[in-house]
Design a protein. Structure first.
Lengths: 179, 119
């Protein structure tokens, strides 16, 4: 990570617990605001999108990643570089369609749910970490890749693993000259 | 003579089109747009991010270290503009911290002169 001239060499780490608690507080508040799980999920996705469209430039500026030449390379970069950089975990990636545009990220560890074991009975359709889906979707959109990102499986819902599905939609034409 | 903000906006948007024309004219597939424009009195350096943002620096033709400066400006933008929730994307940047850090980065680059920054 490069340091800007003039930025004091302070310890930039903030507490992981604070981050997890903040995220939990966000979800808890949304649950108070919205009765339906789908509405909370939508809100989380939308917030995540707002983060993703800004986070992408931080990612590109700091990681010096080159332009990806395939969906597969893109999925690898998301899992191995981005997840590592921001959440300290590296999901495993696999391609789940012959067409080569659907990918699956399996999260072994997920810091957001370190302290959550399962969903309450009245919130069985809640996608607790849906913010992540929005972040990925927003970030990809800013590099001209339209994608659908959802949780295909969720340990919190009783599934065996937590799996994020990324489906790349029609490849946006190279619109580098348009912003 | 200094350009007004409006003049800058107009010229930048013209350059935006030239940048695109540059990549289309290229006989090579997948060419970038115009990265440098050289005249006898200055050089215009343009760095386009994968998100389509262009950073442009006008400098003395002998000034070195502009590539590094452009990348530093990208970091400054991603920190002090993008991480400011009150800054709306695509709007003019009126963030104090952005201006301060940008000024500092320019001073460092300028001091380095024709040989590039020392570090």
């Amino acid at each position: 990570m490069s340091h800007l001239p003039g930025r004091k060499q302070e310890n930039h780490k903030i507490s992981r617990e604070l981050f997890v608690l903040t995220y939990g507080a966000l979800v808890a508040q949304l649950c108070k605001d919205y009765e339906k799980d789908e509405d909370v999920n939508t809100c989380l996705d939308r917030m995540g999108y707002g983060i993703g469209v800004r986070l992408i430039d931080d990612f590109l500026a700091r990681s010096a990643v080159k332009k990806c030449r395939s969906y597969s390379e893109t999925a690898d970069v998301i899992a191995q570089v981005a997840f590592k950089m921001y959440l300290g975990v590296t999901p495993s990636v696999s391609c789940s369609s012959a067409a080569g545009n659907e990918f699956s990220l399996i999260l072994d560890k997920n810091p957001l749910v370190d302290f959550v074991e399962e969903l309450p009975a009245e919130r069985t359709s809640l996608c607790y970490c849906n913010l992540l889906c929005g972040v990925i979707r927003g970030a990809l959109e800013m590099v001209h890749l339209a994608a659908e990102v959802t949780f295909l499986q969720d340990r919190l819902k009783g599934d065996a693993v937590t799996e994020i599905g990324i489906t790349f939609l029609r490849k946006a034409e190279d619109r580098k000259h348009k912003r | 003579h200094r350009l007004s903000s409006n003049e800058k906006l107009m010229l930048a948007s013209m350059f935006h089109s030239l940048f695109a024309i540059g990549s289309q004219l290229s006989p090579e597939v997948g060419s970038s747009g115009i990265e440098m424009l050289e005249t006898d009195t200055f050089k215009l350096h343009c760095f386009q991010t994968l998100t389509g943002i262009k950073f442009m620096v006008l400098a003395d033709p002998r000034q070195a270290g502009i590539d590094a400066l452009l990348r530093k400006i990208y970091e400054i933008y991603s920190d002090f503009a993008l991480k400011n929730p009150f800054y709306s994307l695509e709007m003019p940047i009126r963030c104090e911290l952005f201006d301060q850090n940008l000024k500092q980065a320019l001073e460092v680059a300028e001091k380095a002169g024709p040989f590039g920054p020392a570090s």
